[in-house]
Design a protein around this ligand. Structure first.
Ligand SMILES: Cc1ncc(C[n+]2csc(CCOP(=O)(O)OP(=O)(O)O)c2C)c(N)n1
Ligand SMILES: [Mg+2]
Length: 367
């Protein structure tokens, strides 16, 4: 009997929208519960400040994560230190828990190559902007780790839109056949830029796609951090220590919503209405966890105020540090891809340099 498989109608939940307990609460210490709450608050505040920086012209572009903190923080808390995380471009909340600092994320979106210097001990792969390419990478890394006799889990994050890419099918199929210790975590946030979930697939759920690969699929309330933690923990443990009739990989579909734009280059008001956004905001993962923790006597006004102050300080410091780093030279966009720059890239760089010299940077910045 499988441990995770659920009916398509059966979405795992621990806390309802008001923070009332409706399922088995996972075994987490008070420190971890407060830590989860603090990380979610940090991710939310960072997100708001990052959007504002971009609007002020202090950052190139940025993909907001508000609304998705429960899925990110809840799942990363389920990992052990040795496990690995393969992010998309929106997982900086989760990456933060693994040790990829806020300054690092700011530098990345400010266009500094420095932003890609991930601390080795974090076990986090680089940001993947091309949709779904990180999925076969995670499968391959998981398989290699297993062949080497390690007991590590590899969690890979991607969106609902990514499930329409060949890489998704190849990655999951291969993981099933070779029994790779991978956890595929789909952030179903209802939209792939302007394409709604129902135009992405005719499947009733994304979780049920797991059946095609012979692995388990589970759908979870992605705005319930405790439910996300619970299913991810089970999937991580199964990846390392499957039962007799079990395969190691799992597909988790975390049902959630992005409150903001796809990126700062997007205007969601042209494809979705305010009522929909408001409906989902009622499921906000942060007040939900806060209500539960207050009810348990773990948080009170004083502790919440302390956390608010601390979070605001941490984000302000990260912005100050990131903005103190000298801006990269525009030519750097041609560097860092190849160890030895191929001729055609060198030619493009030289042409770009010649244009800058002739016309000056102002010409590039004109509307
Ligand atoms: C291979 C590829 N095709 C197209 C794009 C352009 N693109 C960027 S994000 C995106 C939508 C992705 O939606 P989803 O997978 O649901 O992720 P979300 O951003 O909603 O988390 C697209 C099509 C890309 N980055 N890579
Ligand atoms: Mg999406």
């Amino acid at each position: 009997m499988s441990t995770l498989q659920h009916d398509p109608d059966d979405r795992v939940q621990v806390l309802d929208e008001d923070g009332e307990v409706v399922g088995d609460v996972p075994d987490l210490s008070e420190d971890d519960l407060v830590g989860m709450y603090r990380h979610m608050r940090l991710a939310r505040h960072f997100d708001q400040r990052a959007v504002s920086l971009q609007r002020q012209g202090r950052m190139g572009t940025y993909p907001p994560l508000s609304g998705q903190e429960g899925a990110q923080i809840g799942s990363v808390y389920a990992l052990e230190e040795d496990d690995w995380m393969f992010p998309s471009y929106r997982e900086h909340g989760g990456a933060l828990v693994r040790g990829v600092g806020l300054k690092q994320t700011l530098l990345y979106w400010m266009g500094h190559e420095e932003g890609n210097k991930i601390p080795a001990e974090a076990n986090v792969f680089p940001v993947a902007v091309p949709i779904a390419t990180q999925i076969p990478h995670a499968t391959g890394a998981a398989w290699a780790s297993r062949l080497q006799g390690e007991a590590k889990a590899f969690i890979c994050y991607f969106g609902d839109g990514a499930t329409s890419e060949g890489d998704f099918h190849e990655g999951l199929n291969f993981a099933g056949v070779f029994d790779a210790p991978a956890v595929f975590f789909c952030n179903n946030n209802q939209w792939a830029i302007s394409v709604p979930r129902e135009r992405q697939t005719a499947s009733e759920t994304i979780a049920q796609k797991a059946g095609a690969y012979g692995i388990e699929g589970v759908q979870v309330d992605g705005m319930d951090p405790l439910a996300v933690y619970k299913v991810t923990k089970q999937a991580v443990e199964k990846a390392k220590n499957p039962g007799e009739d079990e395969l190691r990989p799992t597909l988790i579909e975390a049902v959630q919503y992005r409150f903001g734009a796809h990126t700062t280059a997007d205007d969601p008001t042209v494809y979705r209405d305010d009522d929909e956004v408001e409906r989902w905001k009622a499921k906000d993962p942060i007040p939900r966890l806060e209500a539960y923790l207050r009810g348990e006597g773990i948080l009170d006004d004083e502790r919440v105020d302390e956390i608010t102050e601390e979070v605001e300080g941490a984000v302000a410091d990260a912005i100050k540090e990131a903005e103190a780093v000298t801006r990269p030279e525009p030519e750097e966009i041609f560097a860092h891809v190849f160890a030895d720059m191929p001729e055609h890239v060198r030619e493009q760089r030289d042409a770009f340099e010649a244009l800058r010299e002739k016309y000056g940077d102002e010409a590039f910045l004109r509307e």
